[in-house]
Design a protein around this ligand. Structure first.
Ligand SMILES: NC(=O)c1ccc[n+]([C@@H]2O[C@H](COP(=O)([O-])OP(=O)(O)OC[C@H]3O[C@@H](n4cnc5c(N)ncnc54)[C@H](OP(=O)(O)O)[C@@H]3O)[C@@H](O)[C@H]2O)c1
Length: 274
């Protein structure tokens, strides 16, 4: 199916790993000019090399922390100078802090909002003028199922509301921008198996007892018993579809991509503690 993304300028935050990387690769396969952004420069450069080698596409990288306003300004300036347009923005960078309510610190709370909802709001606000100048564009936000469903234990009071704000932001922004021919949608992943994220949770769950071989064996058992669990490519397919003109009448939607499996990472923690 021709997706109509050839030569489009696509910005993907959190594009060096996981879902963002998988989406960036797909956009490049479709012939788009892709800019990936993340904090770590080594991973960004590796991702750039891998995508351009595998797809033959043009990929640029710009290091930026989406929770830092001056980094978002610098990213915007780079987009203006390098392409002077943007057709697709994928607000993918984000993370979760899972703690019981009384353990959440002010820093957790502020960072949770800054890296998730505020970053999506702020970068959209900076790039939408370029979309308007060029007659339209599309934004895909990436939220998470904690927007709908508590992940307790250990608790998602910090992350859930930040992700839920992204859903509401998507609907509001789509309504406000529709007459400018800018669509705004949101993808809401369930548990997605990115090796980095799995390992982080496994290390947290096992503490000093962490052992990579045991972790891998447990991981395979958990996946076999409680699937289906998604992989980054399955979420990326949805992102790229929503960003493409093939989804031209899909606007303001938050689409759950979780294989109907309502289990969460907390299952991993419980399995470690059993
Ligand atoms: N994986 C899941 O099961 C799952 C489930 C629900 C929702 N989600 C959401 O999906 C999105 C992507 O998750 P993922 O699982 O693909 O993550 P991942 O594999 O951990 O990759 C995260 C990406 O974001 C970048 N990043 C992290 N913090 C950043 C910051 N402050 N500023 C800029 N970039 C940053 C990382 O690079 P650097 O660290 O170098 O910056 C990396 O490129 C997130 O919004 C996440 O909340 C994921």
């Amino acid at each position: 199916m021709e997706l109509g993304l050839k030569d489009k300028v696509v910005v993907v935050t959190g594009g060096s790993k996981g879902i963002g990387f998988a989406a960036a690769k797909l956009f490049a396969e479709e012939g788009a000019h892709v800019l990936i952004s993340a904090r770590g420069e080594d991973a960004l450069n590796r991702a750039c090399d891998e995508i351009s080698t595998k797809t033959g596409g043009t990929v640029d990288a710009f290091p930026a922390d989406v929770s830092v306003v001056s980094d978002l300004d610098a990213l915007t300036a780079f987009v203006r100078e390098r392409y002077n347009r943007v057709d697709v923005l994928v607000n993918n960078a984000g993370t979760g802090t899972y703690k019981s309510f009384l353990e959440v610190t002010d820093e957790d709370l502020e960072y949770g909002m800054a890296i998730n909802f505020f970053a999506q709001f702020r970068l959209s606000q900076r790039l939408v003028p370029m979309m308007m100048e060029n007659g339209g564009g599309t934004i895909v936000n990436v939220a998470g199922r904690t927007a709908y469903q508590p992940a307790n234990p250990p608790g998602s009071t910090c992350t859930g509301p930040a992700k839920a704000a992204e859903l509401r932001f998507t609907a509001d922004l789509a309504d406000e921008l529709r007459l400018h021919k800018i669509r705004v949608n949101c993808v809401v992943p369930g548990v997605v198996i990115t090796p980095d994220r799995f390992e982080k949770w496994e290390r947290e769950a096992a503490g000093n007892d962490y052992d990579a071989d045991i972790a891998l064996a447990r991981r395979e058992k958990i996946i076999a018993e409680s699937g289906p669990w998604g992989d980054a490519d399955e979420v990326a397919d949805t992102i790229v579809y929503l960003a493409s003109p093939r989804a031209s009448y899909v606007n303001g939607v938050s689409l759950l991509v979780d294989g109907a499996n309502k289990l969460s990472y907390t299952r991993i923690i419980r399995d470690y503690q059993d």
